[in-house]
Ligand binder design. Sequence first.
Ligand code: EPZ
Length: 420
Amino acid sequence: MDKIRIRGGKPLFGEIVIGGAKNAALPLMAAGLLTDERLVLTNVPRLDDIRNMRQLLANHGIAVDLPGNDGRILSLGGPIGNTEAPYDIVRKMRASFLVLGPLLARMGEARVSLPGGCAIGARPVDLHLKGLEQMGAVIRIEGGYVIATAPGGLRGTTIVMPFPSVGATENLLMAASLAQGQTVLANAAREPEISDLTDCLIAMGARITGRGTDKLTIEGVSSLHGATHPIISDRIETGTYACAAAISGGEVFLRGGRGDHLGALIRSLGEAGVEVSEREGGLAVKRLNGLHGADVMTEPYPGFPTDMQAQFMALMSVASGASMVTEKIFESRFMHVPELNRMGANITVHGESAIVRGVAQLSGAPVMATDLRASVSLIIAGLAARGDTIVNRVYHLDRGFEAVEQKLAACGADIERLPG
Ligand code: EPZ
């Protein structure tokens, strides 16, 4: 298995191109199941999660073509030949569960494996299922699968979500687009990825109002048509490289990065002494003087993103003073803490909060993490550590960060992939 080696101490200078957002691309790909015509997505990131989703869609029988020569255009569509999403694919990637709403809306039936728990928490799918049941789906669980039918078709209704789940909002939004009548999704998630999905659905002929708010109103239509849609840039990749630049003490331009998608992260970086300024075509990031401790608490968008918690904690591990990092979205998303401590960080976890007491210097060590964002936080720490850091289990990184070592090396980092 590949590893990444980083020798810390080099400030980053230069430009990093931010790719298309993984967490926008995955639901957009599932939306390809909503029409017989072609949905063409551009700015597609080259990631293992995208490959998994392609495999799943191909398994449903639709065409999944990469017409360009750089793998950044994806053309999806055609008749659905199979409504089962098998365990072997779903267990690798939870976002596979997003095919449930589209399959049910279009075909009136679906058999989708339950994803099960994962490294960052139990992650149930009850909100997806309750919402679909309210729309008239009949659902039972059998043999680890959700078996759903919609005998009379899905019907619009008002669904008040007890928590603004990103995935449930996406599943229900797609299902409602082809349901009979009006659906109101109240307390919906407002992440930029949901607005991107909304834009794409509207381009496909869906009738949705309330884009970007917590109340989405959908007038169901009988069919959707093809469209071409550019995927928004990845706000988590943007934030990650902002933390990397800040911890290294350099200055980078994040081409394609969007300040209006960063939510509370911009304010937290500012409190920590990191300047993020909007420039034409992207964001300029630089550390002003020293890094200062800043408290953060993860929340649904526009609050501080849980997908940036590990990277920000790595940054705080070398800030002056203490910071409290509170994780409110996932119950066990602190796996990076013992690994950061192995590198000399001083972090103590109490329940859902971690107290980070900044240290003057980290030292390189062999480390590993069991999720994507935790893995990249160890790379960030490695950029500031004395000596070599070896990050093991790189396959987590490859799920969601494209060419991380090339992007950092181009800005002067001493980093390389060691094939395993
Ligand atoms: C999405 O996951 C992202 N994944 C996650 O990114 C991200 O961390 C998360 O949103 C929060 O921003 C994709 O977009 C593919 P949720 P999702 O439903 O949709 C609970 C990454 O690293 N919940 O908003 O699964 C759940 O257990 C990944 O790229 C229920 O209780 O997130 C969690 O505690 C990791 N019942 C909370 O809500 C449900 O039916 C938020 O989950 C659904 C969710």
